[in-house]
Design a protein around this ligand. Structure first.
Ligand code: ATP
Ligand code: MG
Length: 596
């Protein structure tokens, strides 16, 4: 949950949120201009109605002058004017709704596009459900702002201005009395802001917590039930839900107290004052028409003001929502993306003689002050097969993450085929470096789509990759072969099969460098041997860097790097490492032999 926001914060947020809304609506600004123009026309027509009514009273009803055709004309005028005003308004509402929908569509595309380009470090502390909430709920709240608030505020504001002008023309002293309403309304709105803004902010933050908890619980349902945690999670959810309820009630209380009732009261007071001040004057017949027109106008001023203030609740919600979206958009993108785009991505051919990977003096920490890698240096020749081993938490996955540019090291340099990491365009980098991650991630899509990953590869290439990863046989055995949907995160497959699909996916991109993080941890010894052969086949063509707990996978590697607490403890081929008496690798290997 967010901490209590101060008032200047809220004002800043509001300013930025409006900036965002303006940018989202910018391509539709012509529509906005037309809408305003037509609303002005509608307001004009609306203001003319009571003037015709006044004419009818003053010239025909009071003097008892029955000029039927003229009276009919005046009456028809009143009807036609108010009818056309409504019609014009309806058309503008439709127009502004379209604008709102398109703006929100734009906003969503921005937000999601931005999320796709965020650095991995962002996702270390992001909560999925909350992110989803920002992309869906919050942008939706922004839409409500556009449709309701924008339309109502524009429309009502214009009507108030037009009506005030007409009243000034009729009797400026009475107009001044009515105008006294404005500061009163401003005061009410100010008070409302003060009372409801913190509650609205809290309610939105809690709502995304609710989404977050929901998504988390569903994602980990098996773990949750296995640990008998369902009840505790239910309780935690109930607590958040109750807090959300309380925040909403506080907000609704402010609405109920301040918006409609307070303004209705003002309306009544105003009518009383206007009628009273008429009573003080000597009533001439002429002034009855003015009185009629004034009373009509007062409702026409008060009603829009009520409407405007009623919108302040959606406005408040939308501003909070927009500022949450804005905060997400303000997260800096991963540098490689911007560098790659700016550089125009020259297609340089990698130098044949340079090592595939050269790391020098690499230091890295996820959390400042808790270093994970210490002064790491290594060189891997092109086409080599290198294994990385070490205890849990020794920094193996971290090393891969740095090679993949997910994080920027604090100091030290990484070169791929002689080029510094930062100088390689993103597109080329992702084409040259393939990854099989520690937990294979599959999309809720077909086997083919999972291997292709939107690259538009031909079927032969996909099958070839699947064969190389020894995934072809079980995929072909599925009821629809390569087109079989694999279910959410590949739930149709066993974990080992998922790993094989992930390997096929990496191979399908024909990478120059292939990184494998525990790619054989979930498959049986027989399949492991098959994968091992597949990796051996790549030798000389593809540089393979494989992390493995199972040492048999990397036994035949050209070189094995042993990491210990973020430092390279030993490095060499299997036989060399086995010769180091009391060495880390020797111990690891013997332990595994014992266990087997
Ligand atoms: N995203 C992260 N944020 C903060 N600390 C992290 C993060 N990822 C890993 N660490 C820490 O960095 C250290 C190295 O983690 P890493 O994942 O590289 O280990 P590993 O060698 O791959 O272990 P394993 O064999 O269990 O996969 C660990 O102490 C871990 O707690
Ligand atoms: Mg790991």
């Amino acid at each position: 949950m967010q901490p209590e926001t101060s008032r200047t914060d809220i004002r800043n947020q509001a300013r930025q949120a409006f900036g965002l809304l303006r940018r989202a609506a910018h391509p539709d600004r012509k529509h906005l201009a037309w809408a305003i123009l037509w609303l002005v026309v509608a307001a004009g027509l609306e203001v003319l109605g009571p003037l015709l009514g006044k004419k009818l009273i003053d010239e025909h009803l009071l003097p008892h002058r029955a000029d039927w055709p003229r009276m009919a004309m005046l009456l028809a005028g009143v009807l036609v004017f108010s009818w056309s005003a409504s019609w014009l308004r309806y058309l503008q509402l439709v127009r502004l709704s379209g604008l709102a929908m398109r703006s929100v569509q734009r906003l969503r595309e921005w937000v999601f596009g931005h999320v796709l380009r965020l650095p991995m470090a962002f996702f270390d502390h992001a909560i999925t459900g909350q992110l989803v909430s920002r992309v869906t709920n919050d942008t939706e709240a922004v839409k409500r702002l556009y449709i309701q608030a924008l339309f109502v505020i524009l429309d009502s504001g214009i009507v108030v201005l037009g009506t005030t002008a007409a009243m000034a023309w009729l009797d400026w002293r009475l107009m001044l009395i009515v105008l006294a309403l404005v500061p009163a309304v401003l005061f009410i709105v100010w008070l409302y802001q003060r009372l409801s803004a913190p509650a609205v902010t809290r309610a939105r933050a809690l709502r995304s917590d609710i989404n977050g908890q929901m998504a988390e619980s569903i994602g980990g349902m098996s773990v949750l039930q296995a640990n008998n945690a369902a009840q505790r999670f239910g309780q935690r959810f109930a607590d958040t839900n109750a807090a959300h309820y309380k925040a909403r009630v506080a907000e609704l209380r402010a609405n109920a107290l301040l918006l409609r009732p307070a303004l209705d009261l003002l309306n009544v007071i105003l009518l009383a004052v206007v009628i009273y001040s008429f009573g003080q004057r000597a009533m001439s017949s002429v002034e009855v028409g003015v009185l009629y027109a004034f009373i009509s106008y007062i409702t026409r001023v008060v009603e829009p003001l009520i409407q405007i203030t009623m919108q302040f609740s959606s406005l408040q919600q939308a501003i909070v929502a927009a500022s949450r979206v804005n905060a997400l958009l303000a997260e800096p993108e991963a540098t490689e993306h911007s560098a790659g785009r700016a550089a125009g991505a020259p297609q340089r051919v990698a130098r044949q003689d340079a090592p595939a990977v050269r790391v020098r003096g690499l230091n890295f920490a996820y959390v400042p002050g808790q270093p994970v890698l210490h002064d790491l240096s290594l060189e891997i020749a092109q086409g080599a097969f290198v294994g990385v081993v070490g205890h849990t938490g020794s920094g193996k996955s971290t090393l891969l993450s740095l090679l993949l540019r997910y994080y920027t090291p604090a100091s030290g340099s990484i070169e791929i085929c002689g080029e510094p990491l930062a100088a390689i365009s993103n597109e080329r980098f992702r084409a040259e470096v393939g990854l099989v991650p520690q937990d294979p991630f599959l999309l809720a899509a077909s086997a083919r789509e999972n291997i292709d990953m939107g690259r538009g590869l031909p079927q032969e290439r996909i099958e070839e990759a699947a064969r190389a990863a020894h995934a072809h046989d079980f995929i072909a055995a599925l009821e629809q072969g390569y087109d079989t949907p694999l279910g959410e995160s590949g739930s149709r497959l066993s974990t080992g099969q998922k790993q094989l699909v992930a390997i096929a996916r990496a191979l399908a991109g024909s990478p120059r460098i292939l990184l494998l993080d525990e790619a054989t941890s979930h498959i049986d010894s027989q399949t492991e041997q098959v994968v091992q052969e597949a990796l051996d086949e790549l030798r000389g063509r593809v540089t393979v860097i494989a992390i493995a707990h199972r040492l048999s996978t990397i036994r035949s590697a050209d070189r094995i790097i042993v990491l210990n607490h973020g430092r390279i403890a030993e490095s060499g081929a299997h036989e060399e490492l086995m010769r180091i008496d009391g060495g880390l690798y020797q111990r690891l290997y013997q332990l595994q032999q014992l266990a087997a």
